[in-house]
Design a binder for this molecule. Structure first.
Ligand SMILES: Nc1ncnc2c1ncn2[C@@H]1O[C@H](COP(=O)(O)OP(=O)(O)OP(=O)(O)O)[C@@H](O)[C@H]1O
Ligand SMILES: [Mg+2]
Length: 377
C-alpha cells in the first residue's frame, strides 16, 4: 500500500501481484487532509473535519502537512496536540479503511511519499506519525520519484535519461528532475518550486475576477461578505470559497461556469478563457520555477524524456498549454494527475518499460505491469 499525504488531499493505492489501483476512503479517491476536534473531544478527519471546520475554524487544522514542518504543537479549541498526532489521525483513517477493504488483512509493505525538499527531520516526523497510526517502518519515497516511476511504467525512459516533474497541488508547486538510473529513479539536482503557490491561488484568482464584477453591480453585499465577523458571514465566506473551487474545477471539463455569490440574486458567469487569462501570471511563475529547476539539474529542457504532470491543479488544460507555449515541451497526458504520485509509489520495483535499445527481455515475452486507473487515458 502507498499513501500520498498531501497538503489538501490524501490518496492511497494498493498493489497486488500484477496491478495497482487507488483505494477509496469515504467513497472517494481524495480524502481531505483536514482534522477537526468535535463536540465529544474526538479528532475527526476527511469531509466531516471540513464541515466542522467551517463552523469552528479555531478547532481545526486544515493543513496538517504544513503544521508538521512548521510547528510542534497545535492548539485545537481547548486542547493541544502535537502536529505528529494530527498527521497520525489522517494516516490512521486511511490505514483502517484500507485494511477493511482488504478483508481485514494489513498491507505487507507500506510506502509513504513526501516532498523532495524534505530532509531527515521532516521525514523522521512523518515516520513517527506513521508509527502512531499503526504503520511501523514505512518506506519513504520522494513524490517526484513516485511520479517518474508511474510515468516509466507506461512509457520507456532510457537508463540515464531524465524526466521533469511538474506537481501543482492545492497549496504548493513542486518541480524536480528525476533521473532513471540502473537501480531505479533518483532526484537529480536541487528540487524547486514555490511552497506558497498552489491551486488555492487559482481559486482566489477566480474570486477576484468575479469580485470585480460584483462590485461593479453593487459593492455593498461584497463588502459585507468580506468584512462581517459573525457566524453567518463566516459561513457565507466558506461557502463562496468552496463554490469558487468547484467552478474552477468544472472549467477543466466545460468552457463556462456559474458562481453563486451570497447576497447577489443572479449567478456570475465565468468563461474558461477569461479565467485562463486571469491566471497566466500564476502559470508563468510555475513554468519559470520549473525551468530554473531543470537548469539547476544541468539538463537542457529538450533532453527531458517528458514533463510528467502531477497534482490535482495540473488538470487545468491551461497548464499543459502554457508549458508547451513557453518551452515547446509536451507534457504527459493523464486525466488524473493527482493519482500519479500515489500509484507510482505503490508500484513494485522493476516495472519501468525498457527503452527500445535497452530491452533485455526477448521481444516475444513482454511483461508489463497493469496500472488500473479508469480515469486515465
Ligand atoms: N478538475 C480539476 N481542475 C482544476 N483543479 C483541480 C481539479 N481537481 C482538483 N483540482 C485542484 O487540485 C488541488 C489539489 O491538488 P492535490 O490534491 O494534488 O494537492 P495536495 O497533494 O493535497 O497538495 P500539495 O501537493 O500542495 O501537498 C486543489 O486546488 C483542487 O482545486
Ligand atoms: Mg501533492
Amino acid at each position: 500500500m502507498a499513501i500520498d499525504f498531501g497538503t489538501s488531499y490524501t490518496t492511497a493505492a494498493a498493489a497486488t501481484a500484477d496491478q495497482v489501483s487507488m483505494i477509496e476512503v469515504e467513497n472517494s479517491r481524495y480524502l481531505p487532509s483536514a482534522v477537526c476536534l468535535d463536540d465529544e473531544g474526538e479528532l475527526r478527519t476527511g469531509q466531516l473535519a471540513l464541515r466542522l471546520a467551517a463552523q469552528r475554524p479555531q478547532a481545526a487544522e486544515r493543513v496538517p502537512k504544513r503544521a508538521l514542518t512548521t510547528q510542534s504543537q497545535v492548539r485545537l479549541g481547548s486542547r493541544t496536540f502535537t502536529a505528529v498526532d494530527l498527521v497520525a489521525a489522517v494516516l490512521d483513517r486511511v490505514r483502517s479503511e484500507a485494511v477493511a477493504a482488504n478483508d481485514g488483512q494489513p498491507p505487507g509493505r507500506v510506502v509513504l511519499t513526501h516532498p523532495a525538499r524534505w530532509g531527515e527531520r521532516e521525514r523522521g516526523l512523518l515516520g513517527k506519525a506513521a508509527a502512531a497510526a499503526g504503520l511501523p517502518e514505512p518506506e519513504l519515497m520522494a513524490e517526484p520519484v513516485a511520479a517518474a516511476r508511474y510515468y516509466a511504467s507506461r512509457h520507456p525512459v532510457a537508463i540515464d535519461g531524465h524526466v521533469g516533474v511538474y506537481d501543482l497541488g492545492g497549496g504548493t508547486f513542486d518541480a524536480a528532475v528525476v533521473q532513471h538510473t540502473a537501480t531505479g529513479f533518483a532526484v537529480a539536482g536541487p528540487p524547486g518550486g514555490d511552497p506558497e503557490l498552489g491551486g488555492e491561488d487559482f481559486d482566489q484568482a477566480l474570486l477576484d475576477l468575479v469580485g470585480r464584477r460584483a462590485v461593479d453591480a453593487d459593492p455593498e453585499p461584497w463588502y459585507q461578505l468580506w468584512h462581517g465577523d459573525d457566524d453567518a458571514a463566516m459561513r457565507a465566506r466558506a461557502a463562496l470559497t468552496r463554490n469558487a473551487r468547484e467552478v474552477k474545477e468544472s472549467l477543466t471539463e466545460v468552457t463556462l461556469g456559474y458562481l453563486d455569490v451570497p447576497g447577489y440574486e443572479h449567478q456570475f458567469l465565468v468563461r474558461r478563457h477569461e479565467f485562463t487569462e486571469s491566471v497566466l501570471d500564476l502559470l508563468d511563475e510555475t513554468v519559470d520555477r520549473f525551468l530554473e529547476t531543470v537548469a539547476a539539474a544541468g539538463v537542457a529542457p529538450g533532453d527531458l524524456a517528458s514533463v510528467v504532470l502531477a497534482g490535482g491543479a495540473s488538470r487545468m488544460p491551461a497548464v499543459s498549454d502554457r508549458i508547451h507555449d513557453r518551452t515547446g515541451l509536451l507534457a504527459s497526458a493523464v486525466n488524473d494527475p493527482k493519482g500519479v504520485v500515489v500509484m507510482g509509489a505503490a508500484l513494485p520495483a522493476d516495472t519501468a518499460r525498457p527503452a527500445p535499445e535497452q530491452r533485455r527481455r526477448p521481444r516475444d515475452a513482454p511483461r508489463f505491469f497493469t496500472v488500473r486507473n479508469p480515469f486515465d487515458s
